[in-house]
Design a protein around this ligand. Structure first.
Ligand code: SF4
Length: 151
């Protein structure tokens, strides 16, 4: 999986203490993007999903947040990562510039697997005119925090 960086002990990318994985590559190019260095799909480095899961298990935090960049640019690796996180019984949040409806319309087995297994999707492009610093866990008010796992 092409990964820009891994951040440990985050308290701002979802509830509790989390490991945050920033994936490389983003096609959305939102004006005002907080992380334009993430746009290059060849940025960062290749890290195997197995190695990421080993680090997550060793870190032992409450949850895992997968952000970017655009995580769904690597759907198969993302699906395997989310699956492995759930085996480790982690709470999993996934950030995306796509809307939930756009992801569902892809009818892709790996995208569907992520939507079936992740706990929360934070969806939608960053819209600068709708930026609101008072929002928790999202940058602009069009973005939604969607609880995928009803349990
Ligand atoms: S989706 Fe996120 S990473 Fe991609 S351009 Fe928009 S704000 Fe930046």
């Amino acid at each position: 999986m092409r990964v820009l960086s891994v951040l440990e002990e985050s308290v701002v990318d979802g509830p509790g203490i989390r490991t945050v994985i920033f994936t490389a590559g983003c096609p959305h190019r939102c004006p005002g993007c907080h992380n334009p260095e993430s746009w290059n799909p060849r940025g960062g480095e290749d890290v195997s999903v197995a190695d990421l899961l080993a680090q997550i298990e060793q870190s032992g935090w409450d949850g895992v947040t997968i952000s970017g960049g655009e995580p769904f640019l690597q759907p198969e690796e993302l699906a395997r990562l989310v699956d492995g996180c759930k085996v480790l019984q982690k709470n999993v949040w996934v950030y995306t510039g796509y809307t939930l409806e756009q992801l569902q319309a892809m009818h892709d087995e790996f995208v569907t697997s992520v939507l079936d297994r992740a706990d929360v999707l934070v969806d939608g492009r960053f819209e600068q005119p709708l930026m609101d610093r008072s929002l928790r866990f999202r940058g602009s008010s069009n973005q939604r925090i969607i609880f995928l796992n009803k349990a």
